[in-house]
Design a protein around this ligand. Structure first.
Ligand code: FAD
Length: 512
């Protein structure tokens, strides 16, 4: 019988998609592990294993439900490692007359698939929505049409109203406030125990052997026989349940905290399950709200803080991506061109905060938001590292890194390379913030209180160096006036020594 071929990408593992409502022999699904996708950046080994593992589980589950699949494994000899070639061979062998795919989330794949389709020897193609996000690609651009600033907060409120999420009967936000951020800023001092990370039974050592056989290169480490990330919808739901019942209660309170003993603290770790679409954003938000309703110990501040990350930041970043690509990928507002220091790849630095954040990332393919933003991102911005180099690093090292959400966070939120589309000011801080929010500064070679002199913490002098060298670009920003006033009031000698110290550190950046 003549068939329709349907392509499923590695981040399109939505088992609830309307494609899968009913098994039908007229449809043949195709999935492929191909080298260009595994090498467009050097990925963390847990990212390669996580994607391949989850793709294979998805195929297995769908076959059990009666759907037909063709699957190209990374080391299959008949795998041509090209979307186009693998599609062509399947079309020829299976007498396919129609091709369908779901909208990719990455610009690069969007262009590539359009080109592939135009070269296929098939007349009819159709593109479907992924049925995952709560907004369309175009919603955000439409909402901010003609405006210079795209405020996340306005977008977030609109979605809450639209979906009736945490809304009272008269259109007021639950708890009479849209935002409880002020209550979410505690340092973690061991007041309450941190639950251990959920253990999942996943042995991916077979896939690791195939990855090795295929000659792929990677960064980071893994215990493949105890793979720590969910690779199926069932496991993703288990992780979500673990979070809502054990961690949500303190999520907001310690959202910004950093601690050397706890890689995950009270964070959910659901980003990989979300970004591969094993979970949907609406079900994650609903699960958190249900848990809050059932458990009096969970305050509105905790649940609102979590909901904001998903329907605020996550959806908003996707909107920015589609509104601003491809130009966004070349933004470099501060014209930063410094090479990324080697310790981003091996954690060999004496700055304890950077060391711990990088070490954790290499071991876990994970760092929580504040480690990404205020440790590695902050340091790179202060030091003037090229956003191109940083993008490759962030895109490779984290298991949840897919360009639409990585680049908007890296260039936009973290590096202010977009000149202020995502954020209203650069996220920079001196060592004071690190000391306030974490325990890194204890036992560090550097002294967080010193701006210059022996063992002065590099974050301090680089912080002022950043403001000083970017005065023409930043001093008129009302949100930064305070910093410039403080700088202006500082004694000339103090300023000179601070800048000299920063210059010295920048010259010797590889040895910090
Ligand atoms: P939690 O803290 O438990 O938060 C819950 C969920 O909210 C996350 O799973 C995520 O889906 C969403 N979320 C929270 N903050 C953001 C945000 N700023 N943007 C989008 N979604 C958010 N997130 C990615 O998913 N992929 C990336 O490649 C990525 N790169 C980042 C790079 C930088 C420089 C920075 C500063 C942030 C980046 N983030 C990225 C956002 C955020 O750090 C991660 O989503 C989060 O750390 C994932 O861990 P979690 O699931 O435990 O999150």
């Amino acid at each position: 019988m003549a068939k329709t071929l349907r392509l499923i990408l590695g981040d399109q593992l939505n088992a609830n998609h309307s494609w899968f409502k009913k098994a039908n022999d007229n449809f043949l699904y195709v999935m492929m592990e191909i080298k260009p996708e595994a090498t467009y950046v050097k990925h963390h080994i847990q990212k390669l294993l996580g994607f391949f593992g989850a793709m294979r589980q998805f195929k297995h589950l769908m076959e059990q439900r009666g759907h037909q699949f063709i699957y190209f494994k990374i080391d299959d000899t008949h795998n041509a490692h090209s979307f186009e070639k693998n599609l062509e061979s399947t079309i020829n062998q299976e007498k396919i007359i129609r091709f369908e795919y779901q909208l990719p989330d990455e610009y690069r794949l969007d262009i590539q698939l359009k080109e592939v389709v135009s070269n296929l020897a098939i007349e009819t193609t159709q593109v479907y929505d992924t049925e995952h996000f709560m907004t369309t690609r175009e919603d955000l651009a439409e909402m901010f049409k003609g405006k210079k600033q795209y405020l996340m907060e306005s977008f977030y409120r609109k979605i809450r109203k639209q979906y009736g999420i945490l809304m009272g009967p008269n259109g007021e936000p639950t708890g009479d406030k849209w935002n409880f951020d002020a209550q979410n800023r505690n340092k973690y001092k061991g007041e309450v125990p941190v639950p251990p990370a959920l253990k999942l039974e996943n042995d991916l050592s077979g896939i690791l052997l195939e990855i090795k056989a295929a000659g792929l290169e990677w960064i980071g480490s893994v215990k493949a026989e105890q793979f720590p990330w969910p690779i199926s919808r069932v496991q993703s739901l288990e992780l979500l349940h673990y979070f809502t019942t054990k961690m949500l209660v303190h999520f907001g309170t310690y959202q910004d905290a950093m601690h050397t003993n706890y890689a995950y603290l009270f964070h959910s770790r659901v980003s990989f399950a979300l970004n591969t679409k094993m979970l949907s954003p609406l079900e994650v938000v609903n699960a958190a709200i249900e848990a809050w309703k059932k458990n009096e110990a969970i305050s509105i501040a905790q649940v609102e803080g979590f909901v904001r990350q998903i329907i605020g930041w996550r959806e908003y970043m996707r909107g920015i991506y589609w509104a601003k690509m491809p130009e966004f990928a070349n933004t470099n507002y501060f014209e930063h061109h410094r090479k990324l220091p080697n310790y981003f790849w091996n954690a060999q630095t004496q700055m304890r905060c950077v060391k711990e954040a990088v070490k954790g990332s290499l071991e876990n393919a994970y760092a929580h938001h504040i480690q990404r933003l205020m440790v590695t991102g902050n340091f790179a911005l202060l030091a003037g590292v090229s956003p191109d180099e940083l993008d490759l690093w962030y895109l490779g090292i984290y298991i949840d890194a897919i360009e639409w959400v990585e680049i908007t966070n890296t260039r936009g939120m973290s590096q202010f390379a977009d000149g202020g589309i995502v954020g209203t000011k650069p996220y920079v801080s001196s060592a004071n913030y690190m000391h306030k929010m974490g325990n890194y500064c204890q036992k560090c070679t550097y002294d967080y209180k010193k701006k210059y002199g022996e063992n002065a913490c590099p974050f301090n002098s680089l912080y002022w160096h950043f403001y000083d060298r970017n005065e023409s670009k930043l001093s008129k920003n009302p949100r930064i006036e305070m910093a410039y006033r403080t700088w202006a009031k500082m004694k000339e000698e103090d300023k000179e020594k601070t800048l000299e110290q920063a210059e010295k550190y920048l010259e010797d950046i590889e040895n910090l």
